[in-house]
Structure formats: structure tokens, C-alpha cells
Design a protein around this ligand. Structure first.
Ligand code: ZN
Length: 270
């Protein structure tokens, strides 16, 4: 979509795009998309008028394009393939090539907003974010941040966006399995070498997930129109009752940090 101009914005649910109609007209409509990027779990679309669209999919959000090609990504619901707008559509952006970008969100926890590009990094919750796993130079910062949480379980720590950005429940379980760390172990019990391995493992799992089409399910279609398959990269997540791919022991499910947690009781001893 980069290079396209936004001709009009159609808001179906004000809560999902909480901007004054006047602001939408002056900041968003008529502007051209110059870049698409990500920080933690936020999608950022920069505009040529020095404003940016900022979006969070939260629990059920998805971004879907309908035009010469149909594609999209985000949480798996049939809206990825449906005729749009549908009941889950909250915002539609009409682009100058006749295509439309839909923000769908069944449960309405997700949001999109617009603000000056220069202010994006200053937003308190963005300024507080930890380093990105995909940036290898971020390890020292990660270590400094996580070591302040010695008594926290390692899983809760890596889900904390202020320690490391962008790791959700699936990536947490997968990277702890890869590093042979029990999810409930306190951070202080992990050596510096283990923390390094964990930071690298988070990046590896993200890269593998991207390569294999993401963590959404059968409905998933990526930016190139390829169908992804459900969690093909996962070694432990939602595999409880199945053998560990490394040692053959049966994978267990428990609750850590308030989240369903999958681990191998042999590879990841307490
Ligand atoms: Zn195992």
C-alpha cells in the first residue's frame, strides 16, 4: 500500500478510531502512505503529511485489503476471506487505486489512531517499551531490564513489553522450550548465557513464524497472497498431550503468569 493515497475514511465504530471527524479530514484524508513499520505489537503507517496511523490488533483485530488482490493478516476469523465490510468491520480506508483497507475487530479491544509522526516515539507506552528481539544489539538493554525482575517468573518477564517488545504467549512458550527453561523459574535463576540464548530464541521463533506464514490459522493470507497454515512452527504451543519433538516426553500444559503455558517436563526441568 505504500505510495497509495487515502481518499476517504469510513468509520463504522468510533471506539475503534477515536479521532474527531475534523482531525480525520485534515490529518488522514488526502495523505499518501510513505512507509509501513512495526514497534512491539503496534503497526505504524507513516503518511506524507508528517502524521502516522498507529494500530493495535489486540485480541481479535485484523487488517484486510480488498482490491485487485485480496489479502490480509491478523487474528483468524472468516472475515479474512469474507465480503467486506461485514459485522466486524470498524474502519475502512479507501485508497486511490480503488482498493480498500479494512480494520476488522470482533471484540473491539483493538484501535487505530493518528498522530504527528514525531510524537510516536514520545508516547509514554512506546517510550517505555523494551528492545526488539529482532535487533541483536538490543540484548544488553534486555539484560539490564530483565535483571530488575529477579523474582518474577521467566515467562511473566518476557511477556512484559517493558522488558522485551513484541513477545506474546505463543512466542514465549516456544522460546522457553528452545532454551530449555521452565516457564515458572524465577529470572534470577537464569544465567547470563541462558538469557542470551532466550533473547536469540525469541528472534528465531519470530523469523520462523514469519517464514511459515504466521501464527493465525487456515484463513490466513499474507501480503503475497500465500495461505499460511496454523502454527506450523510451534513445537510446544497447543501441543499438550503430544510428544516433545526433542526428547519424546509428553508435553504438558499449566498456568504461568495467568496464561495457558506449554512445556516439556524433561527438557524444561523446574
Ligand atoms: Zn523434551
Amino acid at each position: 500500500m505504500v505510495g497509495r493515497r487515502i481518499e476517504a475514511v469510513e468509520v463504522f465504530e468510533a471506539k475503534s478510531f477515536p479521532l474527531e471527524p475534523g482531525a480525520i479530514v485534515t490529518w488522514v484524508e488526502g495523505a499518501r502512505l510513505t512507509a509501513a513499520r512495526r514497534r512491539a505489537k503496534l503497526l505504524i503507517l507513516d503518511l506524507d503529511d508528517d502524521y502516522s496511523l498507529l494500530g493495535h490488533l489486540k485480541m481479535t483485530g485484523q487488517m484486510v485489503v480488498r482490491g485487485a488482490e485480496d489479502w490480509g493478516g491478523g487474528h483468524p476469523t472468516d472475515s479474512l476471506l469474507a465480503h467486506l465490510p461485514d459485522r466486524s468491520t470498524r474502519v475502512a480506508f479507501h485508497l486511490d487505486d480503488g482498493s480498500r483497507l479494512f480494520f476488522n475487530d470482533q471484540r473491539k479491544f483493538g484501535w487505530i489512531t493518528a498522530l504527528p509522526t514525531a510524537d510516536v516515539e514520545q508516547l509514554p507506552f512506546i517510550a517505555k517499551l523494551g528492545p526488539e528481539p529482532l535487533d541483536p544489539a538490543g540484548f544488553a538493554d534486555f539484560r539490564r531490564r530483565i535483571e530488575r525482575h529477579g523474582r518474577t517468573s521467566i515467562k511473566a518477564a518476557i511477556l512484559n513489553q517493558e522488558i522485551v517488545a513484541g513477545v506474546g504467549n505463543i512466542y514465549a512458550d516456544e522460546s522457553l522450550w528452545a532454551t530449555r527453561l521452565h516457564p515458572a523459574r524465577p529470572v534470577a535463576e537464569g544465567s547470563a548465557r541462558k538469557l542470551r540464548e532466550l533473547f536469540t530464541a525469541a528472534a528465531d521463533v519470530m523469523n520462523l513464524s514469519i517464514e511459515l506464514g504466521g501464527s493465525t490459522d487456515r484463513n490466513y493470507i499474507d501480503a503475497e497472497g500465500r495461505k499460511g497454515s496454523y502454527l506450523t512452527f510451534a513445537r510446544v504451543f497447543r501441543r499438550d498431550g503430544l510428544p516433545c519433538p526433542r526428547c519424546g516426553q509428553i508435553i504438558r500444559k499449566c498456568r504461568v503468569a495467568g496464561r495457558g503455558t506449554h512445556y516439556c517436563p524433561v527438557c524444561q526441568r523446574r
